[in-house]
Design a protein around this ligand. Structure first.
Ligand code: ATP
Length: 377
């Protein structure tokens, strides 16, 4: 089936998902998902296992068809188009290289099959191997390479076809941590060099924060937030995003007053002031304060007076070198983490120990209030 061109005035995005739902029998794996992925973007689908990331990627690739909704690539509706007719290529976690072919032959394979002349396919394959730093290994067989090198061959093999969109499904998932870190940086460099849209699937929030221009955080088949890494980290839209992205100190609360000079009533303590956007009085929410933004004092000290605060009991204290991490439990078993930089030894010695009754205080501008999405279907 030929691709239908999107009507004038439509999206100029590289990939556009419109209200896409994917059901496997009655199970909804992807639920009314809409996404616009700009051209040249390093775009990451991030979320826990089973949230629908791979299914979403497979619908862009053409390995799955949406139950309802539309997928557009470069403005064309690709409904019904099989994977090999789409302007996409996919890099999987398993490298899937041909073991009997050399590195160079592996990269050339697709070009040769599509009728590209030998000289051209060789020079294009060599160019891609240079890009991924493997030109000197071109006559080796895959088994003679490390996992990281094999994945770079798989990347060169995908890039050599010059796809409009490169889809990557946990491509670093099989590698050890050190290799992962190195390849993260390399992948980002390569993406910037070739300027192709990358749609990248991972459940690793650090990886997503390091590499992406934009991140879509997914939960049970839905997108909870799409934003750049800084925004996802500093201004999570929901409690799910906050919890998934890192240690977030989520204090259950209820909105008392919405708006800039808003107020929420903490379940574990008093009403505290802060900016409350996108919520209405009575809504369940979470108040978030990052560990490094919390002040911790014994209750009698008076430090932090006048600031919003909550009482708790120290559970443990851990020396981390540049900082000390203190775990505090609030009433209602709400766990909080405080990170105190180790500026000098005297201050460190004065920090409260396990069992101490403490007060956690914060500047109102360091508190962020998010919609409660901890209850999922
Ligand atoms: P992971 O990180 O574990 O790969 P994911 O976010 O990529 O997770 P998907 O692979 O998209 O998740 O799966 C989403 C849900 O759909 C899961 O519950 C999965 O079991 C289900 N699912 C995926 N493919 C099929 C299928 N072919 N048949 C039935 N259920 C499926």
């Amino acid at each position: 089936m030929a691709a239908k061109t999107e009507k004038p005035g439509g999206s100029s995005n590289s990939v556009h998902l419109r209200a896409v739902t994917k059901k496997f029998d009655e199970f909804v794996a992807v639920d009314d998902l809409s996404l616009e992925i700009p051209g040249g973007n390093f775009f990451t689908l991030l979320g826990p296992s089973g949230c629908g990331k791979t299914t979403t990627l497979r619908m862009i690739a053409g390995f799955e068809q949406p139950t309802t909704g539309e997928v557009l690539i470069e403005g064309s509706n690709v409904a019904g188009l099989p994977a090999h007719q789409r302007p996409t290529n996919t890099v999987f976690q398993s490298y899937a290289l041909f073991p009997h072919l050399t590195v160079l032959e592996n990269v050339e394979f697709g070009l040769k099959r599509s009728g590209v002349k030998k000289d051209e396919s060789r020079s294009r394959a060599t160019e891609e191997l240079e890009r991924v730093g493997l030109a000197s290994e071109s006559s080796k067989k895959p088994a003679q390479l490390s996992g990281g090198q094999q994945q770079r061959v798989a990347l060169a093999r995908a890039l050599v076809n010059r796809p409009k969109v490169l889809l990557l499904d946990e491509p670093l998932g099989a590698l050890d941590l050190k290799l992962r870190k190195g390849l993260q940086i390399e992948l980002k460099r390569i993406q910037q060099e070739v300027g192709i849209t990358f749609v990248y699937v991972t459940h690793d929030q650090e990886e997503a924060l390091t590499m992406s221009d934009q991140i879509a955080v997914m939960n049970v088949g839905r997108v909870e937030q799409v934003a750049d890494p800084e925004t996802v980290y500093d201004r999570p839209a929901t409690s799910f995003v906050a919890g998934f992205i890192g240690v977030s100190n989520l204090m259950p609360a209820q909105v008392v007053k919405a708006g800039d000079g808003g107020e929420v009533k903490l379940e574990a303590g008093p009403a505290v002031v802060g900016s409350v956007e996108g919520l209405a009085p009575g809504d369940s929410c979470h108040a978030i304060v990052r560990p490094e933004k919390l002040l911790i004092n014994d209750r009698a000290s008076g430090i932090g007076d006048g600031l919003p605060s909550v009482d708790g009991v120290v559970e443990s204290s851990l020396y981390l070198g540049t900082a000390t991490q203190i775990l505090v439990r609030l009433p209602g078993e709400v766990p909080m983490t405080v990170l105190v930089p180790n500026v000098n030894e005297r201050e460190r010695d004065a920090l409260p120990e396990a069992g101490a009754e403490v007060k956690l205080a914060w500047d109102p501008e360091n508190m962020h209030v998010v919609r409660d999405t901890t209850i999922v279907k």
